[in-house]
Every structure is written in C-alpha cells, then in structure tokens.
Design a protein around this ligand. Structure first.
Ligand SMILES: [Zn+2]
Ligand SMILES: [Zn+2]
Length: 219
C-alpha cells in the first residue's frame, strides 16, 4: 500500500486491484478519521496506518460501494468505532434494495453497523471536526464528499475520475445517475479546493479552473 501525504492533515492510502483503490486518513484536533476503507484486504493495513497518527475516532464513508466499504468489518474486528454514511445509502449497504441500476441486492454490512451522518435542524450535514461533508448524489444516491477547510482539500470519493490532470466522469458502469453526478461536480466551483483527491485516479490540482468545461462537456 502506498502512503502519500497530501497536505498537513491528510494522508492518502492507495493500492491497485484492477484499478487504483484509495482510503484517506485525516488528523483532526481530537484524533484520526478514516475516510473510506477500500476492499476487505485493505482494512487491517488502513487501521495500522491510522493508529500511527493518533487515536482513531470513526470511519466516514463517501458511499456504500463494495470497494469503499469492504475494509469496514476487518477494521471493526480490531477497533470498536462508529461508522457513518449518508442516510440515503443505508438501504443499499444493508441489502434491502439493489443500488439503482443494478439487479441484485448486496448485503455489504449487517444492519446496525452504519449510522447516518449527523445533520442540523435544516437537514444539512453537520461539520465533523475540520471536515465539512457535502451531499453529491449521482454516482450513488447518498454519495458524499468531505471538504477539509484548513488544508483546502476536497476528498471526493467517486465524484470524478481523472486523466492527465483533467477531470473525467465517474466510471459509467458503477454510476447510478450520470447527469446528476456531473451536476454534483459543481461543488468544486463553490469551494475552489487546491486539490481534489480522487479514489480511482490521480488527484487534480485547481480543479475549479476546469469545472465549467467539465460540466458543459458532460451535460
Ligand atoms: Zn463507487
Ligand atoms: Zn469506487
């Protein structure tokens, strides 16, 4: 597993299995947050790397696909911490409904493991330490990105892929609603992160400079 420090508080862990798989470690004031957990075989190593950085507080998921959630149970087998995902993602993760566009249900985790990301009275996702979650549906209904305000980095899960420094659409065969996913990309225009960190591709610097083109080209 490749360990890459992206910014003062964020480390990206990468491995290759057909394509690149990623998880992120975020060092906050109160401890370390694991964002996504890769495939099952990645879980143990992700936890080891996280524990080198401090007390591990929680797992935050960008969405429920198996390549982001597989490491959850291996991590929980060693460390009892809460696991959060957007509430819209729970029925798919718990195998009650198939992900939109797929035929079969997948019981990725037993009921009762995943908790909904906390929200305020207006229903907006609550800030978690230095991370601001934003709902970015399309790739999956409850897809979320996490913006690190101090480091100005957007941990974007499967909102995009990239090629030679250019933003590209998420992988078509795994994306529930491509038009909605492309529109959700406009979060980059709003936040102007210095770096967009991408699960299955190279990260993209100054993505806001190309976001209008990305949205027009893929609308
Ligand atoms: Zn995905
Ligand atoms: Zn993925």
């Amino acid at each position: 597993m490749k360990v890459r420090k992206l910014s003062p508080h964020i480390t990206k862990l990468e491995t290759w299995a057909i394509f690149k798989m990623s998880a992120w470690l975020v060092q906050c004031h109160d401890g370390v947050y694991i964002i996504d957990s890769g495939m099952a075989h990645m879980g143990k190593r992700i936890l080891q790397e996280a524990e080198k950085l401090g007390e591990v507080k929680a797992i935050l998921l960008t969405h429920g696909h198996s390549d982001h959630i597989g490491g959850v149970q291996p991590i929980l087998a060693q460390k009892d911490i809460p696991v959060y995902a957007h509430s819209l993602e729970h029925v798919y993760i718990e195998g009650k409904e198939p992900f939109p566009g797929r035929k079969a249900r997948e019981k990725l985790l037993p009921e009762g493991i995943i908790q909904p990301l906390p929200t305020d009275e207006q229903g907006h996702l609550s800030v978690i330490q230095d991370l601001v979650p934003y709902h970015t549906p399309g790739h999956s209904p409850g897809h979320v990105v996490y913006y690190h305000t101090k480091d100005n980095v957007l941990i974007s899960g499967d909102l995009f892929t990239s090629k030679r420094g250019r933003l590209q659409k998420p992988m078509k065969m795994f994306t529930a609603n491509m038009a909605e996913a492309v529109r959700s990309g406009s979060i980059v225009r709003e936040l102007k992160p210095a770096l967009v960190s991408i699960a299955h591709s190279h990260d993209v610097a100054d993505a806001h400079m190309q976001i209008d083109h990305y949205i027009q080209a893929n609308a």
